[in-house]
Design a protein around this ligand. Structure first.
Ligand code: ATP
Ligand code: MG
Length: 336
């Protein structure tokens, strides 16, 4: 029996962070054994809101691939490819753009939230939102369907985008005949990892992330400034670990000492500085093997390049098959 297919994407807008690892990446590592897995480096999507910063996107592509390999993505099991090398995705995007209204895109909760964040963080006005950015859910539907994705492992922030993709698939199939596969989202155990600042989402572009590639000094600085219980003023004040980001990360990375951390915090027997220092040590232990693997790939960039070239070739074959089927269904296969 043919294995089911997984398609997942990541935007080359910076390194992987803890949110990616625990919210999505850990799942990809598990799923690559059982599923035909495609991981897209979504450079075209990254350009929708970074079109004026091509250097950042270009630089991030290789960094991201190295991050993926360092956390345990195995290129023999998973196909890693770059979105822009597959023009069939852009073609599908154009076809699908007829099947979605502007109002529906504007109502998409993920898009709405990202626009809100852009306004708050970067002072961008509604007028600066481009046609390309508003339409990225359509291109994401093209990503998923080009590879006949059955399952899409994502963080919770992406659920409305999968829903939008499903709507596009239904509409396409009902107009042009059954052609596309309807994908299902696949959430990790912790579908949304919070930021150092207590924000509901740790995000690359939100300035609240611990990146897997952060140097020890940077990790230390970030953890020392993480948000703790605001009601704890003195060292021996009793505190509530449930509102403390330091406790949250102790838990996230599986500190074996978690019970003690929790009890001492509640009893006022542990100061925040000591607690943060303990987290720094545990976090560095967690990041060390990833950093070692990264060094290996950074010193062997040819291997990384070959993985990408092979991935692009393999992905292209599948997308070409899909576009042929789509064009036939749409009756634009003039010379077949
Ligand atoms: P950007 O701010 O540029 O959008 P991002 O941090 O949101 O970056 P993406 O490349 O958009 O990262 O997301 C890649 C995948 O990681 C998606 O499946 C997304 O849902 C997931 N993800 C990102 N951040 C988190 C998080 N904090 N918790 C859980 N999953 C996350
Ligand atoms: Mg994102």
């Amino acid at each position: 029996m043919k294995k089911q297919t997984i398609l997942t994407g990541i935007r080359p807008t910076g390194h992987l962070h803890l949110g990616h690892y625990f919210g999505a990446g850990k799942n990809w590592i598990k799923l690559q054994d059982k599923f035909d897995t495609y991981i897209e480096i979504a450079d075209v999507q990254a350009l929708t809101d970074n079109f004026n910063n091509p250097d950042k996107v270009r630089k991030s592509v290789k960094e991201l691939v190295i991050d993926l390999l360092s956390i345990g993505i195995d290129p023999n099991k998973a196909t890693i490819f770059i979105q822009s090398t597959i023009p069939e995705i852009a073609e599908l995007t154009v076809f699908y753009s007829n099947l979605v209204t502007i109002a529906r895109l504007e109502r998409n909760p993920t898009v709405k939230n990202e626009i809100k964040q852009k306004k708050e963080l970067f002072g961008q006005s509604g007028e600066s939102i481009t046609y390309g950015f508003l339409g990225y859910p359509v291109s994401q539907a093209a990503d998923i369907t080009a590879f006949k994705g059955n399952l899409v492992p994502v963080g919770e922030d992406q659920l409305p985008l999968i829903e939008q993709c499903r709507e596009i698939v239904h509409k396409f199939n009902s107009i042009y005949g059954n052609t596309l596969i309807t994908p299902e989202p696949y959430l990790s155990e912790i579908p949304r990892i919070k930021g150092l600042d207590g924000n509901e989402k740790m995000g690359k572009s939100l300035g609240n992330a611990i990146f897997l590639a952060d140097e020890p000094d940077v990790v230390r600085k970030k953890i020392m400034s993480a948000v703790t219980d605001p009601n704890k003023i003195k060292v021996d004040d009793k505190a509530n670990p449930d509102v403390c980001m330091v406790y949250y990360y102790h838990k996230l990375i599986g500190n074996p000492n978690l019970k003690t951390v929790c009890e001492e915090c509640k009893a006022g027997k542990r100061g925040c500085v000591a607690c943060k220092k303990e987290l720094v040590n545990k976090m560095l232990e967690f990041l060390k093997p990833i950093a070692e693997k990264r060094k290996y790939y950074e010193n062997n960039l040819q291997i990384v390049e070959n993985i990408l070239k092979e991935g692009n070739n393999k992905a292209k074959k599948v997308a070409q098959e899909t576009i042929k089927e789509v064009k036939t269904s749409m009756k634009i296969n003039y010379f077949d």
